[in-house]
Design a protein around this ligand. Structure first.
Ligand code: NAD
Length: 434
């Protein structure tokens, strides 16, 4: 406990002393606005550290549970033990947060960790590599750098757990590599998170909140609303309100706004630009390859079979698809892979329940988007193709712990019941007791 506490405290010091370096690195990598970087990294990681420190002794305490009559006299308890050496592989979109957030859990649970940040966010990658050994115990926590060949080599090694955040396809590669050593995995993957807007929704709130969550970090957020399913009767009104909200948030030309980020690299930029032609542009649509800029873009008349609707978008392009009613929206979601998040905007609790009970997703928000990630008491993770396992808060401690079941038997009595020779009277007792 002493070591874990000390490391968490060192991590907090690191966050305080290196705040400017962290915000600068994110600005260099994708021009992430300072405010967005502060909320998504500083606020989130500090909250995770505080929560872990506050609950550490309670989480580590062996949990007493009842003992079955047949095992009496004895006591039973569950002891959380560290898994050992864990590998944490991260993506480029929140390159610092997605290394440090799982690391809080790994440390709280008493593990050694090897961190592999994304090579596509070079400033953050370099910062992590220099900062971690400076603040944390380098005997127990190390960083390895590289792209596909290096990660492939690392994955050949044996770990006690692999915590992977990234795409579905690479998730499959990681799980395959883990299978060789029977290493358990947590897979925090992506996918297409739908946002359902019912006809009885508060459209002003929906428009503002959707625009905020979709265009935060220029749409490069795993739980950003990927597309909207809106009741056809309110589609035009919702689009008009989203357009107005965008203009209020980012001004008439988002390219000039310091509150709007850029795309991570040219390859991703080209991929996203190619999606724009999949629909009718109603807002935005312009892009600049030299600046890695894509305007916040809203599309209508998008075919469900187009590329933009069959691949995860992961950028600032928002297709709006009208549906004739709630039933059609639920059917649309259920015909596809289970998403990482699902959002429903409606003023009516029956409508909300209908959506929540008849669809499956990693997490969900009612009348909001994205914000559930910042609620430390909610485990964060996917289901089906969007991932397996969860973390944040207590769930992080559990993700990096083995819960060992212990039966502690008394010695003062030795009931002969379980031992041979067996006879009918023992069987009779066994039937009663077990
Ligand atoms: P990615 O899967 O391409 O890369 C993630 C990590 O895997 C990187 O560190 C990379 O070096 C490594 N990697 C890539 N190819 C590999 C290979 N063939 N073998 C071994 N390692 C390999 O993902 P990305 O492009 O960095 O991130 C975007 C994806 O991550 C999106 O799908 C997004 O939804 C997802 N994501 C999920 C969450 C979540 O919490 N569930 C959070 C952020 C991003």
């Amino acid at each position: 406990m002493e070591w874990r506490r000390a490391q968490l405290q060192r991590m907090r010091t690191m966050m305080a002393e290196r705040e400017n370096d962290i915000l600068d690195a994110l600005a260099k990598d994708m021009r992430m606005p300072k405010y967005e970087a502060f909320i998504s990294v500083m606020a989130l990681i500090n909250a995770e550290i505080d929560h872990a420190e506050k609950h550490l002794s309670e989480w580590m305490r062996p949990k007493r549970v009842s003992t079955s009559l047949a095992n009496m006299p004895a006591s039973s308890r569950i002891l959380a033990e560290p898994l050992g050496v864990v590998l944490i592989i991260g993506p480029w979109n929140y390159p610092v947060q997605l290394m440090l957030s799982p690391l809080v859990g790994a440390i709280a649970a008493g593990n050694c960790a090897l961190l592999k940040p994304s090579e596509h966010a070079p400033a953050s990658e370099a910062l992590i590599a220099s900062m971690i050994p400076q603040y944390l115990d380098s005997e127990a926590i190390k960083v390895v750098l590289g792209g596909v060949p290096e990660t492939t080599a690392v994955l050949n090694e044996r770990f006690d757990h692999i915590f992977f955040t990234g795409s579905v396809n690479v998730g499959r590669i990681v799980m395959q590599a883990a299978a060789k050593h029977l290493t358990p995995v947590t897979l925090e993957l992506g996918g297409k998170s739908p946002c359902i807007v019912a006809k009885n929704a508060n459209l002003d709130a929906a428009a503002k909140r959707i625009v905020w969550g979709k265009f935060y970090n220029a749409g490069q957020t795993c739980i950003a609303p990927d597309y909207i399913l809106v009741d056809a009767s309110v589609e035009a009104e919702l689009v008009a309100k989203m357009k107005a909200a965008l203009s209020t948030f980012l001004g008439p030309d988002p390219k000039q706004s310091s509150d709007y980020g850029r795309i991570i690299h040219a390859g991703h930029h080209a991929r996203l630009v190619s999606f724009i032609k999949d629909g009718e542009v109603v807002v935005g649509g312009d892009s600049d390859e030299n600046e890695l800029y894509i305007a916040p873009t809203i599309l209508r008349n998008v075919s469900p079979d187009s590329r933009i609707m069959t691949e995860e978008i992961f950028g600032p392009i928002l297709p709006v698809l009208p549906v004739k009613d709630l039933e059609a929206a639920i059917e649309f979601v259920n015909e596809r892979e289970k998403p990482l998040a699902l959002y429903v905007f409606s003023n009516d609790s029956d409508t909300q329940d209908e959506v929540l009970l008849r669809t499956s997703s990693g997490g969900a928000c009612v009348n909001d988007v994205v914000a559930h990630i910042g609620c430390g008491s909610l485990p964060f993770g996917g289901v089906g193709e969007s991932g397996m396992g969860a973390y944040h808060g207590r769930a992080s401690f559990d993700a990096f712990s083995h819960h060992k079941s212990i039966l502690d038997k008394a010695l003062f009595i030795e009931p002969p019941l379980r031992y041979a020779p067996y006879d009918n009277s023992k069987l009779k007792w066994a039937r009663r007791l077990i």
